[in-house]
Design a binder for this molecule. Structure first.
Ligand code: PLP
Length: 400
């Protein structure tokens, strides 16, 4: 287990809620920020703030250097071949929309997604399908929330042009075998995008090993601020695909007659970016790497196993997702509405998420409107798990 003293790196975790110490178990929605990240944001505005890439003065050069150093940190974290493969976006949603807006498709082409996807990895593809006459095809999952691999293989064909797949389900914590699924889709020449929003805080990501074309995530899920995210893309694809948003930075030369476009990553970063966010994201990744992502992973796996064991004792409870889940533990108690449960345990100082978790099709697949979800981060402790279990037990007795 990681030391419980890590909590003191996160000022907000010292707060009380309803007179009780905060037990924060809504990390899949967003993580709390360590002092190292808060300091990086503050230092940027206090000592470095300037617009980047265009200025010759001291601050412009310092801000540019810090922003591009952040890109290098992200590239190293993902084991990318080059920082040019790292495009800063505002988050996972933004990254997926970028890709879905630039990929060319024809009527009859198929976009393969899965039953486990977050709305952010469904709706942009539906919009692309509507624009182009392409078709959305969905890989089903079983009762454990595990994708049906036989069905997946059967759904692959020459028509499959895109596979857009979450690595880890935000709703159930299911970990998809993305390497194998990417390799299978590649045999048909499909473009593969992996949504790593729920993978990035919990496991090492090696983009070279994965073999996908695009990998996307949000900074705020991995201890960085909101409003910053990443699109990693294969450089040859980024070079050959059309630009997305037009404006400053993404151009080489503009005349009223025509424009030539910049090289990646700048080709996809029109306008003034979230400079402070990129720098704070790099600080967050440095923080994670100083602790060690493998140590974080095993710590969280111990927590989630303990939480699953403790909650299983509650009469009428159903846990969703397979036992090998990562990051998130979803459950429902017979006769208890998830909203009531969430509200009641909040009064006991325990913050969890209730509802459909932006996965309405997945909830529909299970015939439910939502679940209660506890989700874990490096700063959670066994005491947090005890508080969760005690609060859920108490609340379910009150509500049943
Ligand atoms: N994909 C997954 C798996 C997620 O969990 C989330 C956020 O919860 C998103 C996409 C969307 O992320 P964002 O709202 O940061 O763009």
């Amino acid at each position: 287990m990681l030391p419980a003293t890590l909590k003191s790196d996160f000022p907000i975790l010292g707060e009380t809620v309803n007179g009780r110490p905060l037990v924060y178990l809504d990390n899949a929605a967003t993580s709390q920020k360590p002092r190292a990240v808060l300091d990086a944001s503050r230092h940027y505005y206090e000592a470095v703030n300037s617009n980047i890439h265009r200025g010759t003065h001291f601050l412009a050069r310092a801000a540019t250097a810090a922003h591009e150093a952040a890109r290098e940190t992200v590239a190293a974290h993902l084991n990318a071949n080059s920082p040019d493969e790292i495009i800063f976006t505002s988050g996972t949603t933004d990254s997926i929309n970028l890709v879905s807006d630039i990929l060319p498709l024809s009527p009859g082409d198929e976009i393969l997604i899965s039953a486990l996807e977050h709305h952010a990895n469904i709706v942009p593809w539906q919009m692309l399908a509507e624009r182009t006459g392409a078709k959305i095809v969905v890989i089903p999952c079983d009762e454990n929330g595990v994708l049906d691999q036989a069905a997946f293989v059967n759904l692959l064909s020459e028509k499959t042009k895109i596979l857009a797949l979450t690595w880890v389900s935000n709703a159930f914590g299911t970990v998809n075998p993305v390497r194998e699924m990417t390799a299978a889709a590649k045999r048909y020449g499909a473009i593969v995008l992996i949504d790593a929003a729920q993978a990035i805080p919990h496991m090492a990501i090696d983009v070279r090993e994965l073999g996908a074309d695009f990998i996307v995530f949000s900074g705020h899920k991995v201890y960085a601020p909101t409003g910053i995210g990443v699109l990693w893309g294969r450089l040859d694809l980024l070079k050959s695909l059309p630009p997305w948003k037009g404006g400053g930075e993404m151009i080489k030369e503009v005349t009223f007659e025509s424009t030539t476009y910049n090289d990646p990553p700048f080709k996809y970063e029109a306008g003034t970016p979230n400079i402070e966010g990129a720098i704070a994201l790099a600080a967050a990744l440095d923080y994670v790497n100083a602790i060690g992502i493998d140590s974080i992973h095993s710590h969280e796996q111990e927590l989630i196993a303990a939480a699953a064991a403790a909650l299983s004792e509650i009469p009428g409870i159903r846990l969703y997702g397979p036992p090998e889940r990562i990051g998130a533990l979803s459950f429902a108690i017979e006769g208890v509405h998830h909203y009531d449960l969430g509200t009641l345990i909040d009064q006991m100082g325990v913050a969890v998420r209730t509802g459909h978790h932006c996965c309405q099709p997945l909830m529909a697949r299970f015939g439910i409107t939502g679940t209660t979800r506890a989700s874990f981060a490096l700063y959670n402790t066994m005491e947090d798990i005890e508080s969760l279990a005690t609060a859920v037990k108490k609340a379910s007795m009150m509500l049943r």
